[in-house]
Structures are given as structure tokens and as C-alpha cells.
Design a protein around this ligand. Structure first.
Ligand SMILES: C[S@@+](CC[C@H](N)C(=O)[O-])C[C@H]1O[C@@H](n2cnc3c(N)ncnc32)[C@H](O)[C@@H]1O
Length: 176
């Protein structure tokens, strides 16, 4: 199966970005649903017990917290998957991921690789592992690639030092 990644040059990304920009002004803006192929790869490794933010339509794990329940107000335990809304509140989701790991949970986050932001510096430095994804993901199983790079940030209860990886998903699939 094709890997949902692209190394397209800027010129051909322009059309994609224009399409995606239309989406930025709609209520679907925050809903960058994880490509199933990426989730399956992570789930094979981590065996998630909870999707901390989802709806019935886009949940990746049977047990999930909905907007009505408000995942930020719930206790995160076990092995959690966190692909949060990418708006202003993303910092709260990353903070909660770190805090939940301090209480014993493992939290695997799919995040935009915004390495210049305060939330990235404040919390991701405490991650056990960060995987920078090569290329750009196709969220929502879209034919368009995202206008931003992504990374996987893994918070574990007992962190010693942060492992940084450069993650080529197509290589990962070849090794299966
Ligand atoms: C980026 S999408 C991820 C969906 C799915 N977990 C996935 O990875 O494909 C973020 C999801 O969080 C939901 N959401 C927004 N605010 C929430 C909240 N306070 N509590 C729980 N879920 C929330 C949105 O409705 C959306 O389904």
C-alpha cells in the first residue's frame, strides 16, 4: 500500500496549500485525522488503550474521549494516543501528555513539528523520544499533503534522555 507521504517541491505544493487554506476557515480545521496506515504502524508497536481526543467518526481506539467529555478534563491512563486539535489549545494537550506520563501513562502524540513554539520547548524536551517524519502526511486520507511537517512525540513514565529519530515511514513499511 502507498505511504501517505510526499517530498513534493514548493511549486507543486502551492495548489495543495491553497486547497488546504480553504479548510483553515472551516470548522474542520482542527480535525487532522491520522492517516490509518500511520496509526496502524504505531498501534502495532504500542497497543493503545485510549484515544484521548476523538469523535465516534474519527476515533482510532474503541475507548476514547469526545469533545463533550473533554479529554483535557479526564484522567489519562495506560497507553494513550494523542493527535490533538491543532489550534490555540495544542499547548494544553501537549502539557497534559507530559503530566499524564509523570503519573504513569505512556502518551504517544502526533504533532505538527513546530520546533519554534513555546509548547514544543516547554514540554517536548521531556519526551522519551521524538521522531521527525520525513515528507508530509496526507491527513484525512486526502490526496493533498499537509502544509506542515509532523513528528511523533512519545512521553513515557520514566524518561532518561530524549532519543531523537529521523523517521522514514516508507523504509519502515519495507522492513515489515
Ligand atoms: C486531530 S483530530 C484527531 C482525531 C483522531 N483521534 C485521529 O487521530 O484521527 C482531533 C479530534 O479531537 C476532537 N476534540 C476537540 N476537542 C476535544 C476535547 N476537548 N476533548 C476530546 N476531543 C476533542 C475533535 O473533534 C477531533 O475529533
Amino acid at each position: 500500500m502507498a505511504i501517505p507521504l510526499t517530498d513534493k517541491p514548493m511549486s507543486s505544493l502551492a495548489t495543495d496549500i491553497m486547497t488546504i487554506n480553504q479548510g483553515l476557515f472551516t470548522s474542520t480545521t482542527d480535525k487532522w485525522a491520522t492517516p490509518q496506515i500511520l496509526f496502524d504502524l504505531l498501534n502495532e508497536e504500542f497497543h493503545f488503550t485510549c484515544d484521548v481526543c476523538a469523535t465516534e467518526a474519527d476515533k482510532k481506539v474503541d475507548f476514547y474521549f469526545s469533545p463533550e467529555q473533554d479529554g483535557l478534563k479526564q484522567e489519562w491512563t495506560g497507553i494513550c494516543y494523542n493527535n490533538p486539535p491543532y489550534g490555540q489549545k495544542i499547548k494544553d494537550w501537549v502539557k497534559k501528555s507530559f503530566e499524564a506520563s509523570q503519573k504513569g501513562a505512556t502518551v504517544v502524540c502526533l504533532l505538527p513539528a513546530r520546533t519554534d513554539t513555546r509548547w514544543f520547548h516547554d514540554y517536548c524536551q521531556y519526551a522519551s523520544e521524538i521522531r521527525f517524519i520525513k515528507g508530509r502526511l496526507h491527513f484525512n486520507e486526502s490526496k493533498n499533503s499537509a502544509p506542515f511537517p509532523s513528528c511523533i512525540v512519545i512521553f513515557k513514565p520514566k524518561k532518561q534522555k530524549t532519543i531523537i529519530k529521523f523517521w522514514d515511514l516508507s523504509e519502515e513499511r519495507k522492513n515489515e
